[in-house]
Design a protein. Sequence first.
Length: 352
Amino acid sequence: MKSILQVDKPFGGKVVVLGGDFRQISPVVIKTSRQDIVHATINSSPLWKFCRVMKLTKNMRLQSCSSTSNVDEIKEFGDWILNVGNGDVGEDNDGEASIEIPDDMLIGDLEDPFRDLLEFVYPDLLSNMYDRDYFQGRAILAPTNECVESVNDHLMSLLSGEEKVYLSSNSMCRDEQTTEDNAEIYSTEFLNTIRSSGVPSHTLKIKVGAPVMLIRNIDQARGLCNATGFQIIRTGIHVLSCKILSGKNIGDMVFIPRMTLIPSNSGLPIKFQRRQFPLIVSFAMTINKSQGQTLSHVVFYLPRPGFSHGQLYVALSRVKSRGDIKIFIKSDSGELTNVTRNVVYKEVFHRI
């Protein structure tokens, strides 16, 4: 833009609007320190001095369902979420604090809490799963991929029908196949074990009726974008027949093929490619995946505490009202508890 406009200012002097929430999850920087994570935020950029900060103050997600009878309750819940996001709930802290969750937001069945969890977010699953609106706005959120996979596997086992298993084809990219050492170290068997953000697992297990989420942009005009929700209608060998569950094209039928995907950050010194359906099962999803979504029935599943800046805030702020969310918390000893960890790096807020 400097070159085109011949103006020696950032972006050639043109106005660029950036939108975001510093209380939400910080940029993902793998295997680094707190200092590196804070330094990766936009307000640590040299360009930040050219920015003018304009703050939004009204929670429109909560306001959308408010009425004259519950205005005070909505305001109280909104203020509590903001305090969680600011790190002001609980004792004085330097990034991590233990906070108590109100009893009305906890999973209540002590005898079988997991059943209570599923009944809240997916009531009468088998009877309603083919209702077009059933899966909209429902999700179980968890802090790690391991937690998400365990919940998805359990819910998948509840569905009737045959489970289809699709295995990916993995190989090094051509420019990496220059030495025998690489071929020996990074064998196909080893590449099959790699889990990386932005690519599906080597093994994809699905059943007809299961909700899945697209993890790649395929066709924006048809609404086939990253994070679009689908329901599996038919499982073929080369394509999956799916019904769109979210976006502008709800109810449309689409065919999803296998795609060759290259992870942007696999943690390996070489590039590899994986040919697989660009889908993940989405009964449950990570907190990171839920950012930007508005949900109506949410269970925040915490068999282990959150570990990243803003995770608790993001999970709590996905809903329109206090009654839309339940929280399942386990202590280090494996017992249900009402106390969890809130991670907030307050230095992220310093220059705004």
